[in-house]
Design a protein around this ligand. Structure first.
Ligand code: PAF
Length: 286
């Protein structure tokens, strides 16, 4: 596995692959890799000749009161895991190269609408930071295909919209969320949970399933229903941020004709913010 920290070096290597007609897959990450990330890499290996993984903890997507400094950084272990999977290039750009003119001056990419709702409403500027870094990394790596986890469902929709809107020439693949045996969606932030919180954490997903079952059994009073489940989560010890039922593609409030939906959830357990989602279908009246 080649370690590349310099954008010019990456471009040079990229040129040699291009001339030999290789299909290039890209998995952008912020490191602290877990099985969820590794499953993205495994899928990338299946679909391409060359796999590039990046690790960059992107300051632009963290709010002023968020965990940028505390975000777990485990580079040596990450390298071993990626080497074992046969990754071709680990790209480790420096913040001073990525934001060469400083964060304040940085040109940005923003996907309107999708970036402002749900998680975007709770974390203003977050999706601008994500879209900007992903766009920049795409320009550097120039992949044919890029892989993202469905756990960050709204992020995936934002990136797909950016690729469409800016006519970017690559395919975006969303990969099913990887879960612990008790159902908790894997996330680097799970390690912030203490023992009591960790035991309680999978209940979020259990409650999401229960909510979806009620919808599939016929309930359509979505606002009331999500309110009830927020209350149940609060009684269990969560501080729910949102519980939203949306159209799976647009993430808008569903109309009566929409049959493909997603339940999106975010809740704090102590200081840890958990997010999860569940896609489901319903019978419509039309
Ligand atoms: O999902 C993540 O880890 C990050 O948001 C991403 C896509 C690597 C951009 O920094």
């Amino acid at each position: 596995m080649h370690l590349i920290c310099d954008i010019a070096n990456l471009r040079e290597v990229r040129r040699t692959w291009q001339t030999s007609g290789k299909v290039i897959a890209f998995v952008p990450t912020m490191g602290n890799l877990h099985q969820g990330h590794l499953n993205l890499v495994r899928e990338a290996k299946k679909q391409a000749d060359i796999v590039v993984v990046s690790i960059f903890v992107n300051p632009m997507q963290f709010g002023p009161d968020e965990d940028l400094d505390a975000y777990p950084r485990t580079l040596e272990n990450d390298k071993i895991l990626l080497e074992e999977l046969g990754v071709d290039v680990l790209f480790l750009p420096k913040a001073t190269d990525i934001y060469a003119r400083g964060l304040e001056q940085q040109t940005f990419v923003e996907v309107p609408g999708l970036s402002y709702m749900i998680c975007g409403a709770s974390r203003p500027g977050h999706f601008r930071g994500v879209a900007t870094i992903v766009c920049k990394l795409f320009n550097m790596v120039q992949p044919n295909v890029a892989f993202f986890g469905e756990k960050d469902f709204q992020q995936l929709q934002v990136i797909k919209a950016m690729v469409t809107d800016l006519s970017m020439n690559l395919k975006i693949c969303g990969i099913t969320t990887t879960r612990e045996v008790d159902g908790l969606a894997m996330s680097s932030r799970n390690q912030y949970l203490n023992d009591v919180e960790r035991k309680l954490a999978p209940t979020l997903y259990t409650k999401m399933h229960a909510l979806v079952s009620e919808i599939q059994a016929g309930r359509r009073d979505f606002t009331f229903l999500t309110g009830e489940y927020k209350q149940q989560l609060a009684e269990l010890g969560f501080s729910p941020d949102y519980l939203e039922i949306r159209n799976v593609g647009s993430l808008l409030q569903p109309s009566h004709e929409d049959s493909e939906l997603v339940l999106l959830a975010a809740a704090f357990l102590g200081k840890t913010r958990l997010i999860d989602n569940l896609q489901f279908s319903i019978k419509t009246s039309v």
